[in-house]
Structures are given as structure tokens and as C-alpha cells.
Design a protein around this ligand. Structure first.
Ligand code: PLP
Length: 413
């Protein structure tokens, strides 16, 4: 009897998800021993100090006031124009780059990344990202018959590794027509690293040089999933300005998402936003990505779009939104500060964290260490080269003392 009837390209696809697996073990422990006894550092959504999922109040209020028509009606394939304008505005803030800017609604940042990979690389191509990356990038590449390639994000002294970046880009440009590069900054998942403005300058200067005078293109997918909790509103957006006035064969596509920015995670809404100096390339962006939307999810979630439209057209609501985000940024920062201070005190090495939902502890045998921690009711996510702690979801009270527990488990492993 046949054990597999999947098409050749689909054979062997299996999404072993370390995050979901750790989260499931944690849920079991909570059911047995109660939430107070358990530290759940696996969840990639914001939890307040009581352990409850954060839903921004202005989002809650606006969502509750939507009409049934706003909730159920089909949206146009590329999204409502008011939503697209709002997404561009919310994304770039005061740092809107010069050039032709167009947007298409997507189911979250995932949809934006998927579609960028699908329409700007060819089957068999390698797609470049950092060695510390969100695991779904590999699924997105593999599912589309692309290969995910990693360069080293960090040098020994914890800054952007230009040597590794430049070597990998050079090799890919030499062998492929298009090179898609996914960079998750600021607030990288899982490290919390973010490129400085100087590092962005050097990255972009190198990319210009890499494709100058060549019939080759670079598509820079700027994954900004954690943008709104990465620093002061306008300061953390300054790098976007650098996406203007690039040559036409370098196109940034920003993968924008309402998942964290509006705490609308399961409502599945985001946008892919391009910046290009050529109108024809912007028109092509709309045409090919609209086509792919039609061929996959068709149209994105109306109620989430209307929630965003209703908030962003009202300055009072925008002020509330900004205030709530700033408050939760502070909450995460305080937790991260406690962990980092304690880590320094007990000699626990962590990767350079600047901001964001996660801190990573680099280790060589993450599974074994996480097993030891789980015996103490502490649940973290084992990665290939480290352990991920979700500071977005562990309260200050529970994070206090955690660094020492992790250090002890590492020493015992
Ligand atoms: N990019 C990164 C780095 C993420 O961690 C996530 C979600 O966890 C996303 C993008 C996209 O999430 P969504 O598809 O919910 O917008």
C-alpha cells in the first residue's frame, strides 16, 4: 500500500514547530499545577502583568462598534483604499521615503513575506536571511520550492556582521537573477537586535554596489513585525527614509502587520508596501501581487481593515493608540531590563537585545537545558543555537530570578 501520495515537491513537508510543542507542554503543566506555579516564556503575544492577553483598549472599543456590514462584506482584492493609505501612514510615520509607494492588503506579515518570495524569486532560488530568524521563513521558502540561506547576523562583539552579509549577497547575485533578502529589524525575532542607522547606510551602500550596472535585482523584504514596540515612535522609523532614492533594481518591500501593532493577531491583516523610483515597477508590483492575492486568499479581513480605518481617521483615537503602545513598550522594556541586569549579575550570556518581544540565550544544547527548566515549571523555546525567552509574555514578578534559573540549568546540562 502506498504510504505517500503527495506530489513530488510536497513529499516530506512536516512543520515540526518547537514553539507550539513547548507551549502545549506548558498548557498541560498549567492545567495540573495552576498558572501561578508556571512560567510561560513561549508565547509571542503580549500578556499583561496578570498573565492575560493584551488587546489595546482603543482597538477593543473600535472593533466592538463596527457594523455587521463592515464585519462581513468582501473587501476589494488589494484591500480598501482607506486601509492601504492608513497602512502606509502607520508604517512609515514621519519617515515616508521618496518614490512610488504602493500597498496590497495581506493576511498578516506572513502573507506579505510569502507573496514577496513567490513573486520576486524563482523556484530553486536561494532566499537570504539572518542565522537568527523566525522559523516560518523556512516554511515559506520550502513551501514555494525555494531554499532558505542564512548569513551570520552578528559578529563576536555583537554588531551587524557585514563580512558574512556581503559574502552571501555577492554569491547570490552572481548566480541568480533576483536576490530576495529578508531582514527582520528593528526588534529582531528572536534576538531583539536592530540595525543602527549607520548599519543601514552600509547595508544599502553595499547592495547598490552589488547590482550596479547589472541586469540583476535585489528585493529587500523589511520585516517590521515588532516596529511599534521597538522604541520612540518616530525614532525607530527613521531608517525607512533610506528606502527612498535607491536604484530601480533594488526594491524594498516592507512586510507590515496589524498582528502586534493593533493586537489583531488572529484577525490576519497586514500589508506589503513597495518603494521604487520607477512608476512602471510600482504598477507591476500592484498587478502581480493582486494576481497572487486572488489566487491564494482572495481578499483580506474586512473587520480588521475597518478597525484600522476607523482608528486612524480620528486623531483622538490615534493619540490613544500611540499612548497604549508606548505603555506596553515600557512594560516589555522593564521586564527585559530585569532579566538583563540579573543575567549580567549571574554571568549568563545573552545576545545583544535592543528591543522587542524576545531575548535569546545562545547555547549549544538547547533541548537538554529546556528539559531541565521544564522540570522547574519554566517553559522557553529551544532553538538550533539558543533558547528564546518571550519577554512580551512573562510578568515582572515571574521574570525576577529567571536568569539565575537558566544559568543553573545551563551549568547542569
Ligand atoms: N515576522 C516575524 C519576525 C514574526 O515573528 C511574525 C509573527 O510572529 C511575523 C512576521 C508575522 O506575523 P503575522 O503573520 O501574524 O503578521
Amino acid at each position: 500500500m502506498a504510504t505517500s501520495i503527495a506530489a513530488k515537491h510536497a513529499k516530506g513537508k512536516f512543520a515540526a514547530d518547537a514553539i507550539m510543542a513547548a507551549a502545549a507542554r506548558c498548557t498541560e503543566d498549567i492545567e495540573k499545577n495552576g498558572a501561578a506555579a508556571v512560567i510561560n516564556g513561549t508565547v509571542g503575544s503580549m500578556m499583561n502583568e496578570n498573565g492575560d492577553l493584551v488587546v489595546l483598549q482603543v482597538v477593543k472599543d473600535t472593533f466592538a462598534a463596527l457594523t455587521p456590514e463592515q464585519i462581513v462584506a468582501y473587501a476589494p482584492i488589494p484591500g480598501f483604499q482607506e486601509f492601504l493609505d492608513a497602512a502606509i501612514d502607520q508604517c512609515f510615520g514621519a519617515s515616508r521615503p521618496d518614490g512610488f509607494i504602493r500597498a496590497i492588503a495581506t493576511p498578516g506579515g506572513s502573507g506579505a513575506i510569502h507573496t514577496a518570495v513567490h513573486n520576486y524569486s524563482d523556484p530553486g532560488d536561494e532566499v537570504l536571511t539572518t542565522d537568527w530568524y523566525w522559523g516560518a521563513y523556512r516554511n515559506i521558502a520550502r513551501d514555494d520550492n525555494r531554499i532558505l540561506r542564512e548569513f551570520e547576523l552578528l559578529t563576536e562583539d555583537g554588531t551587524f556582521n557585514f563580512q558574512s552579509f556581503e559574502k552571501n549577497v555577492t554569491e547570490l547575485v552572481a548566480k541568480q537573477y533576483n536576490t530576495v533578502i529578508i531582514l527582520n529589524s528593528p526588534a529582531n525575532n528572536p534576538t531583539g537586535y536592530g540595525l543602527s542607522l549607520e548599519e543601514w547606510d552600509r547595508v544599502l551602500d553595499f547592495l547598490k554596489q552589488a547590482v550596479a550596472g547589472k541586469d540583476k535585482n535585489i528585493i529587500l523584504v523589511s520585516d517590521v513585525a515588532y516596529l511599534d514596540y521597538s522604541g520612540e515612535k518616530e525614532e525607530c522609523r527613521q531608517f525607512f527614509k533610506k528606502f527612498g532614492n535607491l536604484p530601480a533594481n533594488i526594491m524594498p518591500i516592507v512586510a507590515y502587520t496589524c498582528s502586534k501593532s493593533f493586537t489583531l493577531y488572529g484577525q490576519r491583516l497586514g500589508a506589503m508596501i513597495c518603494v521604487t523610483p520607477e512608476e512602471a515597477i510600482a504598477d507591476e508590483f500592484m498587478a502581480i501581487n493582486k494576481y497572487t492575492a486572488r489566487a491564494t486568499w482572495s481578499n483580506a479581513n474586512s473587520s480588521a481593515m475597518w478597525t484600522m480605518i476607523e482608528i486612524t481617521k480620528d486623531p483622538d483615537k490615534v493619540a490613544r493608540l500611540d499612548q497604549e503602545r508606548a505603555m506596553y513598550f515600557q512594560m516589555i522594556k522593564e521586564r527585559a531590563d530585569i532579566f538583563m541586569e540579573e543575567a549580567a549579575a549571574c554571568g549568563l550570556k545573552i545576545l545583544p537585545y535592543i528591543s522587542g518581544f524576545f531575548i535569546t540565550i545562545p547555547v549549544t544544547h538547547a533541548d537538554k537545558i529546556c528539559d531541565i527548566l521544564e522540570q522547574e515549571h519554566v517553559y522557553l523555546v529551544p532553538l538550533k543555537k539558543g533558547i528564546r525567552l518571550a519577554v512580551c509574555s512573562v510578568s515582572k514578578q515571574k521574570i525576577t530570578g529567571l536568569a539565575a534559573k537558566v544559568k543553573k540549568a545551563i551549568d547542569a546540562a
